[in-house]
Design a protein around this ligand. Structure first.
Ligand code: FES
Ligand code: FES
Length: 177
């Protein structure tokens, strides 16, 4: 299928994309050139997905695709066909209870301007799914794809360690219920 772009008068090819977003089904028709960033912000209203460098350098746009961190600015929307996508909007519970990651960043002051925070939270979520008890070096390595410019990283490292503690405690509570 193709449409004529009103700006250029040139043909624009489009693509239907079906995927799961924060647990709910989504279906959108997007230009073939659209990125996941375009799709999530413009078609799905997920403004927590931040655009900064748009060149796969800063990590601000990080979302999870099938549990793995992905730079939304540098991934074509058609590539998430059938995938499970998670953004920062899906972290808190329905009643507003913060996730372990959000709670930890808040407790430890893991942000200053906050611009990098949604990407950091998604990175942390992905890390703790793969490695629930990461050491300091593993955390540093994992979050190196996000070039936060404000905090010197120390408080973020502490936040990720605290998130691992809180998530572990939560799992133990659930297991003993
Ligand atoms: S905006 Fe995607 S990596 Fe910087
Ligand atoms: S808190 Fe400002 S970029 Fe990370």
């Amino acid at each position: 299928m193709s449409l004529e772009s009103p700006e250029s008068g040139q043909e624009t090819f489009t693509h239907n994309v079906e995927f799961e977003l924060n647990g709910s089904p989504e279906r959108h028709c997007v230009p073939t050139s659209a990125t996941v960033l375009d799709l999530l912000r413009n078609s799905c209203g997920k403004q927590g997905v931040r655009a900064s460098c748009e060149r796969s350098v800063c990590g601000a746009c990080t979302v999870l695709v099938d549990d793995l961190p992905v730079a939304a600015c540098s991934t074509f929307a058609f590539d998430i066909e059938g995938a499970r996508v998670e953004t920062v909007e899906g972290l808190a519970a329905q009643d507003g209870t913060l996730s372990a990651q959000q709670q930890a960043f808040s407790e430890c002051g893991g942000f200053q301007c906050g611009f990098c925070t949604s990407g950091m939270l998604m990175l942390t979520t992905g890390l703790l799914r793969q490695n629930p008890q990461p050491n300091r070096e593993e955390i540093r390595d994992w979050i190196s794809s996000n070039t936060c410019r404000c905090t010197g990283y120390e408080m973020i490292l502490e936040s990720v360690e605290r998130a691992a503690e809180l998530a572990g405690a939560k799992q133990q509570d659930q297991a003993s219920e």
